[in-house]
Ligand binder design. Structure first.
Ligand SMILES: [Cu+2]
Length: 165
């Protein structure tokens, strides 16, 4: 019995170290401290300033703006709303937290909802892996992003792009 308790303690410590490492990986300049996928808040996802915020620099084809997205084991994206200035080029850097493998599709909302072949997509983002996808938001939208791993979209694993003129 005592032995079992000791192992539980080691497990909790290990989990804490992993979570702290995850937070550190996403902390950095420009962090806005959005609530994280682990429910205790903090700067887990650090991207640069959004459109309309001080210091915002719109992404271009030669210098895309990086937006970091966490694909959570709870079948949610963090953040699930991304603000983009019309015409911007964004490089999404998508990291999977947890053991479930995800995908990341972005483009016109109707194509993303229907999983239309040819819509830009990253497949097979495994645990703790980061993959990137660069996309230019031409026109007023609507645009969206989603994970189409089996059952994930239906469970709510999707996000909205808010275009500002
Ligand atoms: Cu998914």
């Amino acid at each position: 019995m005592e032995r079992r308790v000791a192992w539980l303690g080691i497990g909790l410590i290990a989990a804490g170290v992993i979570l702290m490492a995850g937070s550190a990986a996403f902390a950095g300049p420009g962090s806005v401290g959005r609530p994280g996928p682990w429910g205790f808040g903090g700067p887990n996802v650090a991207s640069g300033p959004d459109p309309g915020s001080p210091g915002f620099v719109p992404g271009t084809t030669s210098a895309p703006r990086a937006v970091r997205i966490v694909a959570g084991g709870d079948l949610r994206f963090y953040p699930d709303v991304v603000a983009v200035k019309q015409g911007e080029t964004i490089t999404f850097e998508v990291t999977t937290m947890g053991p479930v493998t995800h995908e990341f599709m972005v483009g016109p909302a109707a194509d993303v909802a229907a999983d239309t072949p040819g819509t830009p997509e990253i497949a097979d983002i495994g645990m703790m892996a980061t993959k990137s996808l660069t996309y230019t938001f031409t026109g007023p939208g609507p645009f969206a992003f989603a994970c189409h791993a089996t059952g994930h979209y239906e469970a709510g694993m999707r996000g909205t792009i808010v275009i500002t003129p």
